[in-house]
Design a protein around this ligand. Structure first.
Ligand SMILES: Nc1nc2c(ncn2[C@@H]2O[C@H](COP(=O)(O)OP(=O)(O)OP(=O)(O)O)[C@@H](O)[C@H]2O)c(=O)[nH]1
Ligand SMILES: [Mg+2]
Length: 366
């Protein structure tokens, strides 16, 4: 049996990993290749899994913590994907608040699964505005400094840095960012892309081929600062059943919910790392994301999300106390329902991520 191509896409919350994974999966499917996807989060109920499933891909998840701290669950997840999809390519996305992925995931794969996987370089995706904040001390940062520590560590361990969302910035800003990256990480290749539009995705895949095997770099990580950075983010995953008296279009509900959530964050002066929802109703679905309080929420529909009932997943990552985050989400549901929609929260977990304790950690490149 020939080795399965394994592509893991890293990068901070909201950088565009899931968007790119969907693009890449489409690309491989068009080439007639079978693809399996693996999502990852600190807790169950993932908007990303729903979104990728709705796009028609076979998805599994590691949802009790990051790949690094749940390496055995990652092995179980890829075993299930292999069993179900018989894939030639597996694409996965570690949690966006995760770093040290090379030492804790890439090296163990190279050491113990060398025959099974042809492991692609570790790409780290960046949102250009967050990247500018992390690299330029003159720009006042919207995220806490220990969160930026994680951001910079992600860049430091990358085999390849990808500036995503270039459709949002000018060519001059792109040049400035590239120069800043080259100055700080002179050894690391840099690519630009708009995963949303699909620009640069094929060049990225070619670059992965050119660079060869992944995990070429291991960085020093201070786990105390890393743990503080993760714990600075409130994390909320909820699953909600919705019911209305009529066969409604759920788009206005989703828009009201997102508006209320962004208003809640602005009131609290808490920058959003990533707020996302995924709703399914009838044969359609709807996703909405917000990756900064400076923006307005972005809604995307697939088919017609219509009918008297809907299933909703809410994932919020934001530097807020978990109890306050829960209140904000409960308020959002009340605002969105407006007395017209019955809703039942079936699960809700709101917490600060626990200190990362990797299953394996290699001090040297395999
Ligand atoms: N304008 C623009 N938006 C993008 C691009 N890529 C992704 N986005 C948007 O950025 C938001 C976050 O994208 P995701 O793909 O969910 O980001 P992620 O890195 O998977 O986020 P987490 O799973 O929370 O870590 C969504 O609203 C996307 O539509 C891009 O190239 N351009
Ligand atoms: Mg994602």
């Amino acid at each position: 049996m020939s080795a399965i191509r394994m592509i893991l896409v890293g990068g901070f919350l909201g950088a565009g990993k899931t968007t790119l994974i969907a693009r890449a999966a489409e690309h491989f499917a068009e080439q007639g290749l079978r693809v399996g996807l693996i999502t990852n989060d600190q807790a169950p109920n993932l908007a990303d899994t729903g979104l990728l499933q709705q796009a028609g891909f076979g998805v599994d998840e590691v949802s009790g913590g990051c790949f690094c701290c749940h390496f055995d669950e990652l092995v179980e997840a890829w075993d299930r994907v292999i069993e179900r999809e018989d894939p030639q390519v597996i694409i996965g996305e570690p949690v966006g608040s995760c770093t040290d992925v090379s030492a804790t995931v890439f090296q163990p794969i190279k050491k113990d699964f060398a025959d099974k996987f042809d492991l692609a370089p570790l790409s780290v995706l960046c949102d250009p505005r967050r990247l500018a904040e992390a690299l330029d001390p003159a720009i006042s940062a919207t995220l806490p400094v220990n969160v930026l520590y994680i951001y910079l560590k992600q860049l430091e361990e990358a085999d390849l840095i990808v500036i995503n969302k270039v459709d949002l910035i000018s060519p001059d800003d792109q040049v400035t960012l590239r120069a800043a990256l080259t100055q700080r990480f002179p050894e690391t290749p840099v690519l630009s892309m708009s995963a949303l539009r699909g620009d640069g995705v094929e060049s990225w895949l070619k670059e992965l081929e050119r660079l060869g095997r992944g995990g070429g770099r291991i960085t020093e990580v201070d786990y105390d600062v890393y743990a503080e950075g993760e714990a600075a983010l409130g994390w909320l995953n909820a699953s909600v059943e919705l019911r209305a008296a009529d066969a409604r279009d759920w788009q206005p509900f989703a828009a009201r919910l997102m508006d209320s959530l962004v208003a809640g964050c602005r009131e609290r002066q808490a920058e959003v790392a990533h707020m996302k929802i995924h709703l399914t109703a009838g044969a359609g679905s709807l996703g909405a994301n917000l990756t900064s309080c400076r923006d307005e929420p972005r809604l995307q529909t697939r088919g017609e999300p219509k009918g008297p009932e809907a299933h909703l997943v809410i994932n919020a990552r934001c530097p807020l106390d978990p109890e306050d985050l829960r209140h904000m989400v409960e308020q959002g549901l009340r605002d969105a329902a407006g007395g017209e929609v019955d809703y039942r929260v079936t699960t809700l977990e709101s917490f600060r991520p626990a200190r990362p304790e990797p299953t394996h950690r290699y001090g040297e490149v395999v």
